[in-house]
Design a protein around this ligand. Structure first.
Ligand code: NAD
Ligand code: ZN
Ligand code: ZN
Length: 354
């Protein structure tokens, strides 16, 4: 099978031929149809974070595909089912976090596309207990971005406590942000979308944002304070400065949700204003299996729109460049069928040339 492999941090990924994995007890193997390119894959490939993956590894944690084999002891999922492989690839199932619906905080968790080879490949292996069941009728190319961008922002909006009378500011309208603003609308809030490109702000309007602010052209703090200040701000832009602006945009008693994970791992937030204004700052990491079920269910009922562009896996390096330059609306989703077709065409050409 073909897989996109990080061999060294900050070097282009290499498309390699690898054996199709074999499932052990409790595991299954999935023929990947669609795999979304999350900005986290780029952090992984760059070794951006304090806890780093060990190359060589295959990134990708928005994988959707069909189960081709199951190992011993797998009963919930059968061969032929369509499943989603999320960031939370494995958790212990018994610690205080796992048993209280916070498996995303399990200290023994293993993450897909980081500690476990991920979905930017024709096949991937996964722990059956942690894959999501994709409802029939859901387009796999929509399901892929929902598997991380969707579940993460659905959870972040929940954690923000957004209510119908609230003004919610979303900083960064990329893969995550374009879904975050829809979940904030579903919660009934008035939404202000902040980004640095006109295209993303135009997309935000189409997706239901009530206000947009181009932070490259005007100060989002002033713009949002003019609206009365945000009850909640969700930081999704890969920039500490945007976190600081999100803080500045809050009204008294507001909540700032940290979601993005920039390599530059620090922000400067004033203590005095945090205390006197009664601000809450909360970190939010992906979402649980229950959250993912809810995200799929909302999409199946037509409540959300996924903006995505499909490409073959062979474009992985230029796709990373495009995300870093802010040139993509929504998500890039790798189409593994076209990846296989690409490879078949390539080998036909080689035969022809010989
Ligand atoms: P993305 O690149 O698709 O989106 C980022 C967006 O921020 C882009 O639209 C970009 O134009 C915009 N932006 C850049 N600078 C800005 C600024 N100064 N002000 C406003 N907008 C700005 O990335 P993504 O896939 O949406 O991921 C975003 C971040 O979230 C990444 O750091 C990723 O690792 C992290 N993430 C966290 C979790 C979690 O569970 N906490 C889950 C998934 C992703
Ligand atoms: Zn992700
Ligand atoms: Zn646990």
């Amino acid at each position: 099978m073909k897989a996109a492999v990080v061999r060294q941090f900050k070097q282009p990924l290499v498309i390699e031929e690898r054996p199709i994995p074999t499932p052990q007890a409790g595991e299954l193997v999935v023929r990947i149809e669609a795999s979304g390119l999350c900005h986290t894959d780029i952090h992984a490939a760059y070794g951006d974070w304090p806890v780093k993956p060990t190359p060589p590894f295959v990134p990708g944690h928005e994988g959707v595909g069909i189960v081709t084999r199951t190992g011993p002891g797998v009963s919930r999922i059968k061969e032929g089912d369509r499943v989603a492989l999320p960031w939370l690839g494995y958790a212990c199932g018994t610690c205080e976090y796992c048993v209280s619906g916070w498996e995303t905080l399990c200290q023994r968790q293993l993450n897909t596309g980081y500690a476990i080879d991920g979905s930017h490949a024709e096949y991937a292996k996964a722990s059956a207990a942690y894959v999501g069941a994709v409802p029939s009728g859901l387009d796999p190319f929509d399901a892929a971005p929902l598997t991380c961008a969707g579940v993460t922002t659905y959870k972040a909006v929940k954690v923000s406590g957004a209510r119908s009378s609230d003004l919610v500011a979303i900083f960064g309208i990329g893969g995550l942000g374009h879904l975050a603003l829809q979940y904030a609308k579903i919660a009934g809030a008035t939404v202000v979308a902040v980004d640095v490109t006109a295209e993303k702000l135009a997309m935000s309007k189409r997706l239901g944002a009530d206000y947009t602010v181009n932070a490259a052209e005007e100060d989002p703090v002033q713009a949002i304070q003019r609206l009365g200040g945000a009850d909640a701000a969700i930081a999704l832009a890969v920039s500490p400065r945007a976190f600081e602006q999100a803080f500045g945009s809050l009204r008294r008693k507001g909540t700032l949700v940290f979601v993005a994970l920039p390599a530059d791992n620090a922000v400067s937030i004033p203590i005095f204003e945090t205390v006197l204004n009664g601000i809450t700052i909360v970190g939010s990491i992906v979402g649980t299996r229950k959250d993912l079920d809810e995200v799929f269910d909302l999409h199946a009922r037509g409540r959300t729109t996924v903006i995505r562009e499909t490409r073959p896996l062979s474009t992985v390096n230029e796709s990373i460049e495009d995300v870093l330059k802010g040139r993509i609306s929504g998500r890039i989703v790798f189409d593994m069928a076209s990846t296989s077709a690409d490879v078949a065409a390539l080998s036909r050409e080689e035969v022809g040339a010989g």
